[in-house]
Design a protein around this ligand. Structure first.
Ligand code: 5RP
Length: 222
């Protein structure tokens, strides 16, 4: 089975977590795109979807799935029923690295507004410790060098994502070579630096369930 076929299988398996009559949070990236394509078959059963990026909003709308602003959604319901998204890495505690597509801040917001987070990945995303994938940090442009210096002090190599601006008008610094021994502590530490909007460690907003595509089928990890 190819990587894309594994992604498609987990995207389809995630439909089992979509409840009729609810508003669904939808992530960003190639696996999330496959989920959106699958969700199109259920579009008449859900109230709508909240998108974690402009790209996701456009793809949802292209399928005729009603796209709702998060603030509007939260005036109608206390929380979204589920958030479904991919990840760049996950560890045994279901902490994630996200933001390969640069949508980490909106992804974290929509995940925080949802009752549960179903993460859909192929088996290449499984790691013992986060850190093999460069950690994305969304920063306000003025704070670029300040945040880069903090990342260097932690032993990482910060690289500005060239020619990239987030949907929020900010920059992304990708930090290579970080050894993540305590994901929660690193998430909190980086988020305490003025000018950091958020970083790509999802420990507070880790997955509740990971659906992992393997050549022999979909594995459910809790
Ligand atoms: C985007 C993300 C994605 O979930 C992550 O990059 C995984 O993407 P893909 O499904 O294409 O492998 O965090 O910001």
């Amino acid at each position: 089975m190819t990587q894309d076929e594994m992604k498609k299988k987990v995207a389809e398996a995630a439909l089992a977590y979509v409840k009729a009559g609810t508003i669904v949070g939808v992530g960003t990236g190639s696996t999330a795109n496959m989920f959106i394509d699958a969700l199109a078959g259920m579009k008449d059963e859900i109230v709508g979807a909240v998108a974690s990026s402009e790209a996701t909003a456009a793809r949802l709308a292209g399928h005729g799935i009603p796209v709702m602003d998060l603030n509007e959604a939260l005036t109608r319901v206390d929380s979204l029923s589920v958030y479904i998204d991919g990840a760049d890495e996950f560890d045994p505690g279901l902490n994630l690295t996200k933001g390969g597509g640069g949508a980490l801040t909106r992804e974290k917001i929509v995940a925080a507004a949802s009752d549960s987070f179903v993460c859909i990945v192929d088996e290449s995303k499984k790691v013992e410790h986060l850190g093999a994938f460069p950690l994305p940090i969304e920063v306000i442009p003025m704070a670029r060098e300040l945040v880069a210096a903090v990342a260097s002090k932690l032993g990482g190599t910060p690289v500005l994502r060239s020619g990239f601006t987030t949907d929020n008008g900010n920059l992304i610094i990708d930090v290579h070579g970080l050894k993540v021994t305590d994901a929660r502590a690193l998430e909190d530490h980086l988020n305490s630096v003025p000018g950091v909007v958020t970083n790509g460690i999802f420990s507070h907003q880790g997955a509740d369930v990971v659906l992992m595509g393997t050549p022999s089928g979909v594995e459910t990890i809790r």
